[in-house]
Design a protein around this ligand. Sequence first.
Ligand SMILES: Nc1ncnc2c1ncn2[C@@H]1O[C@H](COP(=O)(O)OP(=O)(O)OP(=O)(O)O)[C@@H](O)[C@H]1O
Length: 248
Amino acid sequence: MAILQAKDVKKHFGGLKVLTGVTFSVGEMEKLAIIGPNGAGKTTLFNIVSGKFPATSGKVEFCSRDVSGDSSYRRSRLGMARSFQITNIFQKLSVIDNVLAGVRSRAGLRHHLLKCPHKDRKLIERSEAILDRVGLLDYRDTPAQDLAYGQQRALELGVTLSMDPRLILLDEPTAGMSRQETNDAIEMIQRVTRDIACVIIEHDMNVIFSLADRIAVLHYGTILACDAPDVIRSDQRVKDAYLGEETQ
Ligand SMILES: Nc1ncnc2c1ncn2[C@@H]1O[C@H](COP(=O)(O)OP(=O)(O)OP(=O)(O)O)[C@@H](O)[C@H]1O
C-alpha cells in the first residue's frame, strides 16, 4: 500500500522543462532515495511533493488523497514532514523548547514561546523522549545555537519527529558533515525512522546505499530507473548516466 504517489509530475520554469513526467510511489515505512546529477530536478521534485510550489501538471497523492492543491501546512497536518533544514530551528531557544514547540503545535495547543511553556508534564515528557531518540537528552537545556553542526541537524530531526509524521522528506541529511558525524547520522536515521516512510535526497552514495530500500534515478527530468540498491548499482544505464564504473 503506497503512502505517497507522484503521477506524471511535470514542472516548467518558463521555457525550462525541469521535470518532464515523474512517476513513483513510496510504501508504508519504505525508504526511497532519489539520486541524480546536479540540476536533475531533485529539489524541485521535493518542493512539489512538500507543497512549496505547485507542479505544472500531474498529481501528488498522500495517504490515498490528492494533495496536489494543498499547502505545505495542510500536508504537514496530514503527516508529511520535511527535515534536515537547520533553518527550522529556533537558535536562541533551548533544545527542549525547540521540540516542545512542535509537540505543543501537534497537540493543537497555542504556543506562546515566552509564556511559561513548561506547564504540561505530558508534553514535556514526550519532548524528552524525542530528545532521547535523537541522542540529545544530555543537551536538554542547551541553547540550540551552542550545539555542534551534527547535533543541530539531529535537533532538526527531533523537531520533525515532534509532528508525529508518517512520511519524512529528508533533504541531504549528511551534507556538510564529517565522516564520523555522517556515520552517526546514518545510524540515528535508521533507528528513529524505523516505522516512518522516508524520501531521501542525498549525494553521498555511502549514505544512500546504507539507508535506501529502493533508489530512483532522476535523469533529464524523468525517472531513469527505480529499484533495489543492488539492481541500481549494476544497471548499465545508471552507470552511464550517473554512477560511473568502479576503478582499481
Ligand atoms: N524557482 C526556480 N526558478 C527557475 N529555475 C529553477 C527554480 N528552481 C530550480 N530551477 C532550475 O531547475 C533545475 C533543477 O534544479 P534542482 O535544484 O531541482 O536540481 P537538483 O537535482 O536538486 O540539483 P542539485 O543536486 O545541484 O541540488 C536547475 O536548472 C535550476 O536552475
